[in-house]
Design a protein around this ligand. Structure first.
Ligand SMILES: [Zn+2]
Ligand SMILES: [Zn+2]
Length: 404
């Protein structure tokens, strides 16, 4: 006989579906054409992010992490007033085919930590993030700009986020500057954070699941992989597939905590070797170095950036068998593929609608009606995580190798 619990599980499984999500996207300019993330593209406005995600990327859930800026909130309110967007009961804002979660990336630098680190905070409603923004004005010089320095302790921030029913995720945790393990802590996140008030951990472009699981304390958390996009084309250069009822704030929270079958099914990201900080290198001449070198063996410079790979090796302490994790699939956005210029990209989009559709679904025989056999091969190879890579380091991205 089937237990009641089992029956419920089965019924529940039937209504869970897969959705693509990218939870770390910046804003370049607000509706007054003022900068938000100064280094981001001028056309990276909230409205353009929503349109690009819904119409061309085919992403179902996005996090805009400059939403603490009052002008960004105003732009959302305008869309709601014009009937182009509306707030969901379970949190989040629908625009066409995409659901927007309101987030904020914050730079923490409290007395207990070694250096600045970035964290991501998400809130269910406009009302809640407005309260958060109000609170931030007492702890931040300028809330209209992206990723600003917050004056207070990280734990205080965690408590505020939880008080407002928010989600708290340390960002790109291994990057050499501005991250938890890169600069923040010496060995354990408990030095700075309350481990019970963390909802997930963002891997960042230079690491993947297997690398991160070398650190035992991370076994307790769900890993997210996001783009940190500073321009429209970079949206969804990393993302995840989430099994949930529908995209919303509540369902995203459930997926992070694996409530009743919701979960992250697959992480998609660039091979860590493509990231800017994979290997340890000399900043001046980019010579690859050993993490033990205190000056460059080629030019003698003392400016060395320790790569993520070497930093993780230093921290590695996992004893137990690797925890069960969703697969991490190495992929690049279509624009990174060799032989894929802007014209071909437009041709693909007009034939097959969205980038997610092209990356995941269009079969080879349909691809070759639109693009060359070689490019169709690259697309399939990318779908399966089989591209060859030349490693990056010291702020220089790795490269896809032209394989013939
Ligand atoms: Zn950041
Ligand atoms: Zn960021």
């Amino acid at each position: 006989m089937m237990s009641a619990e089992h029956k419920f599980q089965e019924k529940n499984d039937n209504i869970l579906k897969s959705y693509f999500a990218d939870m770390h996207i910046h804003i370049g300019r607000d509706l007054y054409n003022h900068p938000v993330k100064i280094t981001a593209a001028k056309n990276l406005t909230l409205t353009n992010v929503l349109r690009e995600s819904s119409r061309r990327k085919g992403i179902n859930l996005i996090g805009v992490i400059d939403s603490q800026a009052p002008a960004v909130q105003q732009e959302i309110k305008n869309l709601i007033k014009e009937g182009e967007a509306y707030e969901l009961e379970d949190g989040g804002i629908r625009f066409e085919h995409v659901i927007l979660l309101l987030g904020s990336e914050i730079e923490v630098y409290d007395d207990e930590c070694q250096g600045p680190l970035h964290v991501l905070c998400y809130f269910p409603t406009l009302a809640k993030i407005e309260i958060f923004s109000e609170w931030l004005t007492t702890r931040m010089k300028n809330i209209t700009l992206s990723s600003q320095r917050y004056y207070g302790t990280a734990k205080e921030l965690q408590h505020k986020v939880k008080e407002l029913a928010g989600i708290f995720i340390p960002a790109h945790v291994f990057t050499p500057f501005k991250s938890l393990y890169g600069k923040g802590v010496k060995s354990s996140l408990k030095e700075i954070l309350d481990p019970d008030l963390i909802d997930g951990v963002e891997l960042g472009l230079s690491s993947d699941t297997e690398m991160a699981d070398q650190i035992e304390e991370l076994h307790d958390y769900t890993f997210v992989s996001n783009s940190d996009a500073h321009s429209l084309p970079k949206i969804a250069r990393e993302y995840q597939e989430i099994l949930m009822k529908e995209p919303s704030f509540k369902e995203f929270y459930y997926a992070l905590h694996q409530v009743e079958g919701r979960k992250i099914q697959r992480n998609f990201g660039m091979n860590p070797q493509l990231g800017k900080y994979h290997t340890t290198v000399c900043v001046d001449c980019l010579e690859a170095l050993s993490p033990r070198d205190d000056k460059c063996t080629s030019c003698g410079s003392k400016k060395i950036v320790k790569g993520v790979f070497d930093r993780i090796k230093e921290l590695a302490n996992a004893q137990e068998e690797i925890v069960s994790r969703p697969p991490y699939i190495y992929q690049v956005p279509l624009e990174y593929l060799p032989k894929l210029g802007p014209k071909t990209f437009e041709k693909l989009i007009s034939s097959f609608q969205t980038e997610m559709n092209i990356i995941h679904h269009v079969p080879h025989d349909e691809l070759i009606e639109v693009v060359s056999e070689k490019l169709a091969d690259y697309i399939i190879r990318n779908r399966e995580g089989r591209m060859s890579i030349k490693a990056g380091g010291g702020g220089k991205y790795g490269k896809i190798e032209n394989v013939d």
